[in-house]
Design a protein around this ligand. Structure first.
Ligand SMILES: Nc1ncnc2c1ncn2[C@@H]1O[C@H](COP(=O)(O)OS(=O)(=O)O)[C@@H](OP(=O)(O)O)[C@H]1O
Length: 425
């Protein structure tokens, strides 16, 4: 009896402490969030951010260079909007952009105090750290809910817009795993396999007004600024896809990540070295739900808008590959894979990703989903030669640590991280 009373007392204490901490976090967050200032004058950004340190270089045309024929003059494009969609290898791409930005000393439009632009609110230019009307930035690439008009107000007119999509069934599985603890409507789903149970009857469990429910339906459509709850036959689905087609010059696909990077290099006039990467933010295999063909079909049916979007951009992707040349693409992809494999040998201890508990340096530990330690990371090799040391470290640095290095003060995220560490959550 006494033992039971003590247990109840400690549960109550935990609840009170938890509520207090959460309230403090919310209060601190509200105090630190920039107030949106609607009364400032609108000043158009320059056509292009003047600082252009990028050198033109002779881009070898892989079809002709072996024969010593003409080489095209290429000036790397430095004004880039990367719409960072969720669970789509976007952190891997972010790492590539951060390194490119540093190399060319570009100006990033970063969020303040956090790693996203007040997501899931739609983007507004006053969410940009230190923003003043008329300011010009080169790159914007943190998570946001896309808002074309506002984004255009912080970037030059000739900015290249890019984004990345993933097969919606795979994306849904990844998102369900990563975010379900943030979506209260999943808490009451019974059974061991919540993912399969949800898909058995999604309409029963889903509520479009539920807190954070967008993580569970047409997340790509939502991130890209569209309505994720449209009926599949609603003409707005098609209109949304058309709007995205008009705005984005390149839509990459996770399933063809290497090919996507080669297209990116082509459209931005980059060099092969700019594309080197290690896969970041990958999950341990044991936490990936097995998807039967039936579950996959249900996941696609549930995420119809995303599936239509994906099919549309899959078609445009392969038209771009055809225009690039299939043989040329195969050659360049092989080259990139070989260079990446060499970098693995140079930089990564043990040559592969390890579980969270085995990552030695705090600076290399990736952010984990609430209540889990499923995201893997890397240990930097101890004896990396001097020429590669800096590059290896940057390629392996997770998003939050890299953002801090680039000058974003993530104190709210860090405080939240410490609290989670203390309460082991
Ligand atoms: N290069 C490459 N190729 C293929 N897949 C890749 C690559 N890099 C990351 N990933 C997978 O992308 C998932 C993480 O996506 P994000 O980094 O966008 O996640 S986040 O939204 O920023 O949290 C995560 O998927 P899941 O493991 O299924 O969760 C990663 O494994």
């Amino acid at each position: 009896m006494v033992k039971q009373r003590r247990q109840w007392r400690s549960i109550c204490k935990g609840l009170v402490l938890g509520t207090l901490l959460t309230s403090c976090m919310i209060l601190l967050y509200c105090l630190s969030s920039p107030q949106i200032q609607f009364n400032l004058p609108e000043v158009p950004v320059p056509y292009s951010c003047a600082h252009r340190p990028a050198q033109a270089y002779a881009a070898p045309d892989t079809n002709t260079s072996q024969h010593g024929r003409d080489q095209t003059l290429c000036v790397p494009k430095v004004d880039i909007m990367f719409m960072k969609t969720h669970k789509t290898a976007s952190s891997t791409l972010l790492n590539i952009l951060f390194r490119f930005g540093e190399k060319h000393r570009l100006k990033f439009a970063f969020p303040s105090s956090r790693n996203d632009f007040s997501y899931p609110s739609t983007f507004h230019r006053f969410q940009v750290k230190d923003y003043k009307p008329g300011m010009c930035f080169n790159i914007i690439c943190n998570h946001m809910r896309f808002n074309a008009t506002e984004v255009a107000k912080v970037l030059p007119m000739d900015t290249t817009y890019i984004t990345i999509l993933r097969d919606p069934a795979e994306l849904f599985e990844s998102s369900f795993h990563y975010f379900h603890n943030l979506v209260p409507l999943t808490w009451t789903i019974p059974g061991e396999d919540k993912f399969a149970e949800f898909l058995r009857d999604p309409k029963y469990y889903y509520d479009s007004n539920g807190y954070n429910s967008f993580y569970l339906k047409n997340l790509l459509f939502f991130d890209l600024g569209q309505d994720n709850n449209l009926e599949p036959s609603d003409p707005h689905v098609e209109a949304g896809i058309q709007a995205i087609t008009k705005r984005f010059q390149l839509v990459m696909l996770v399933e063809y990540f290497d090919e996507s990077l080669i297209l990116l290099k082509d459209i931005l006039c980059w060099e092969m070295d700019d594309l080197l990467f290690f896969k970041l933010n990958a999950r341990m295999d044991s936490t990936v739900s097995k998807m039967t063909p039936e579950l996959r079909a249900k996941a696609l049916e549930w995420n119809t808008a995303d599936w239509k979007l994906y099919k549309h951009f899959n078609a445009t992707f392969w038209r771009k590959v055809d225009a690039y040349g299939r043989e040329r693409m195969a050659h360049d992809v092989a080259n990139l894979r070989q260079r990446n494999a060499e970098m693995v040998g140079v930089c990564i201890e043990g040559g592969q990703a390890v579980e969270a508990g085995s990552i030695e340096e705090t600076a290399m530990k990736p952010w984990q989903p609430i209540g889990e330690k499923s995201i893997m990371g890397y240990n930097l090799k101890k004896n990396v030669d001097k020429t590669h040391r800096k590059l290896c470290r940057k390629m392996l640095t997770p998003e939050l640590q890299y953002l801090t290095e680039l000058g974003v003060n993530l104190w709210i995220t860090k405080l939240w991280g410490h609290i989670r560490e203390v309460i082991n959550w």
